[in-house]
Every structure is written in C-alpha cells, then in structure tokens.
Ligand binder design. Structure first.
Ligand code: ZN
Length: 113
C-alpha cells in the first residue's frame, strides 16, 4: 500500500476513512539561551568549539550518529480517527502524569548537559 494509506497504529485503511491524521513528533535537546559574552570569553568559546569539532571528527561514524540521534529525533505517523483520539488521551496522561517521579541520574559518561 502507498505511504500514508494505512494507520501506523492499527493498520486500518485510511483511504476509505472519513478522517485521518498526521502526527509529527520532534524531540530536540534543549540548550541554554546563548549569552552575549565579552570578547575574551568568545575567544575561549571558539577554542572549545574547535576542540569539540576535532573530537567529533575523531569519533567513528557510528558514535557520531548515536550522538546525533540522542540530540534530535523526528517521527511522522499517519493515524485513523480512533487511534488519534487514543493518542490525545495517552499524550495528556503522559505529560500530566501525577505518578511520574524524577528518575535516577544517567550513568557516568552519558550525562545530558
Ligand atoms: Zn488506527
């Protein structure tokens, strides 16, 4: 079947459905807002950036891809009306969960900024 012709959750035929939905999910690592730094700090930051680029260039491609995947992911799904309604409810529950508790810190070397 053509791309987007079936629901990515239940597999029903979307071409005969009265309504269908697209879900675009983007997960991007957040950074602190850029501060205006005095000239000396900007020079120091440039050195740190150049060192970071050299480090990235020395890593195997698979490691660079892993870092990229951890920093940014995007997904696109097609859903039928029934599955879209379920997603709305589940998304609300996920983001407003009263049962969610802070998790343990990530293992050493896997720290987020
Ligand atoms: Zn569905």
């Amino acid at each position: 079947m053509a791309f987007g012709a079936t629901c990515d959750r239940c597999g029903c035929d979307l071409l005969v459905a009265d309504v269908r939905f697209h879900v675009n999910l983007e997960l991007a690592q957040a950074y602190d807002p850029m501060e205006v730094a005095p000239k000396e700090q900007r020079r120091q930051m440039r050195g740190e950036l150049e060192a970071a680029i050299r480090t990235l260039e020395s890593l195997p491609a698979s490691e660079v891809q892993k870092l990229a995947d951890e920093s940014y992911s995007s997904f696109r799904f097609d859903l039928c009306g029934h599955c879209a309604a379920l997603l709305r409810d589940e998304a609300r529950a996920f983001f407003r969960s009263k049962n969610a508790a802070p998790h343990d810190p990530p293992p050493a070397g896997d720290a987020a900024n």
